[in-house]
Design a protein around this ligand. Structure first.
Ligand code: ASP
Length: 482
């Protein structure tokens, strides 16, 4: 019997997980699913993350030291950063274009938008925030009574525990000087960086530094270190292969847990949640779909050529389905590395350097979503963002996506900073919070696909890509004993 390809197995696990969750919620078994099935999903993410941090370290050291000379390293580093920046800016701009064309926020009824607007004006007055579009409903006595009711409402939004927790995290990020992000990249204790999953940039910094230093010592001394690093990396990648054997089951558990948590014992709730935010969600989905199905394949056609449209998705399938299930580019990184290396034929020198950096700083899906979310929230509050404010969104969303940790919901936290940059009330993230998980799953697929595309382009430009269209993508996960 022909074996079903791994990405199809994962998709089947994913669908079964959703079906199970909906069924168990209809039958009132959600708690059972949360207690007895969901933990396996957590174990899966833990296993992948367990590998991701050391893999990033060894992979960067391996990549940098095997590139050989600091000059080529500098050239490739420059190209990598430039390519990541360009794709990010294109993604934010696409998000802005779509949300301004579709105007999902304006499809909400006029009365609620006026209420929202008053709420915004009250908040702006309370917080000394300048209203840029020059409209002021509060001056109209007819609106005063409504204003009172709405003030109470927006206070209760702020009190929402999950939102205020996210605001605190964002405030911590914000309340530092302009060079703080740079300072944060340099660790004072490397073992502390390893211990904290959020400090991936510090791990990358150490890896780069260590790898570069290796280039400057005599081969007699650096050779054994490089060999050891290479060997250790192979062990980690084999661990990934072993985990991937059980990926379809783990993905089933993960999805069953996520959907059960959303639905509780009332399936109708999920439908309701989506109805109210359907146009917003559709705008984000559309943008992400354009990135995945048009933009990246177009880049492939222009700069890589060799890989066919379907061949690209076949090669990347396991990483994409996993990104969708885990909502974490970091947890998906070990699998992304294998897909790009084994299935797209990108040289290890490139993947081990470009992909870990990409997983950490390049988030096209996240910044596209942030652009849509900010403008949507402004629209439902009847606020017209000026061109200057929209350009500010491009800038802050780009920077925010660099600073976003590659874990679930991190994009939502950084959204607070983007909102504040254009004088909007960050507590509004509560409005889009209910649909965030599903959007997170989709934007993570874009984040991962973007990294893979850029690394293929860099590899092609350096003559380090050797794609074989006839290769079976599932060979990457063979676990053969040596
Ligand atoms: N979950 C995303 C990632 O890991 C980040 C985000 O947008 O929340 O790539």
């Amino acid at each position: 019997m022909k074996k079903i390809a791994l990405h199809w197995q994962i998709i089947i696990g994913l669908i079964l997980g959703i079906v199970w969750a909906l069924l168990s919620s209809t039958l009132g078994w959600s708690q059972f699913t949360i207690d007895w099935i969901a933990p396996f999903g957590k174990i899966f993410i833990n296993l992948l993350k367990l590998i991701a941090v050391p893999l990033v370290l060894f992979s960067i050291i391996n990549g940098v030291s095997s590139i050989g000379d600091p000059k080529s390293l500098g050239r490739m580093g420059g190209k990598t950063l430039a390519a990541y920046l360009v794709t990010t800016v294109i993604a934010v701009s696409l998000g802005l274009l779509l949300v301004n064309l579709i105007k999902p926020g304006k499809l909400i009824d006029e009365q609620s938008r006026i209420d929202n607007r008053i709420g915004y004006e009250v908040w702006a007055a309370d917080n000394n925030v300048e209203i840029k579009d020059g409209i002021n409903y509060l001056q109209d006595p007819e609106f005063m009574e409504r204003a009172q009711r709405i003030t109470d409402l927006s206070r209760s939004e702020l009190a929402d525990a999950s939102v205020s927790e996210k605001m605190q995290t964002a405030n911590k990020t914000k309340s530092s000087g302009p060079l703080q992000p740079l300072v944060d990249i340099v660790p004072e204790n490397f073992f502390a960086s390893l211990a904290d999953n959020g400090l991936m940039l510090q791990v990358i910094f150490f890896g780069l530094f260590f790898g570069i230093a290796l280039l400057f010592i005599p081969v007699a001394k650096s050779g054994p270190v490089m060999k050891a690093v290479d060997g250790i990396m192979e062990v980690f990648l084999k661990m990934v292969d072993l985990i991937m054997k059980a990926a379809p089951f783990f993905v089933f558990a993960l999805l069953a847990g996520v959907v059960s948590q959303m639905a509780g014992d009332d399936v109708g709730k999920v439908v309701e949640i989506f109805k109210g935010l359907s146009w917003y969600s559709l705008t984000v989905f559309l943008g992400l779909a354009i990135m995945i199905f048009l933009f990246y394949p177009l880049l492939f056609k222009l700069f890589v050529r060799a890989v066919s449209y379907l061949g690209f998705f076949k090669a990347m399938g396991p990483a994409q389905t996993l990104a969708f299930s885990t909502s974490s580019s970091a947890a998906t990184l070990p699998v992304t590395l294998e897909c790009v290396e084994d299935n797209l034929g990108v040289d290890k020198k490139i993947t081990s350097f470009v992909l870990p950096i990409g997983a950490t700083i390049n988030m096209d899906g996240t910044c596209l979503y942030q652009a849509v979310a900010v403008v949507f929230l402004a629209q439902i509050h009847m606020i017209d963002l000026t061109l200057g404010q929209q350009l500010t969104i491009v800038l802050t969303a780009t920077l925010a996506s660099i600073g976003t940790a590659a874990v679930p919901s991190a994009g939502l936290v950084m959204l607070i900073i983007v909102m504040e940059s254009v004088s909007l009330n960050p507590a509004w993230i509560a409005i889009i919070f209910p649909v965030d998980r599903i959007l997170d799953m989709c934007r993570t697929v874009v984040n991962v696909t973007g990294d893979a595309t850029v690394s293929s382009i860099i590899a092609k430009s350096e003559g380090m890509m050797n794609y074989n269209p006839n290769k079976d993508p599932d060979e990457a996960w063979e676990v053969d004993e040596k």
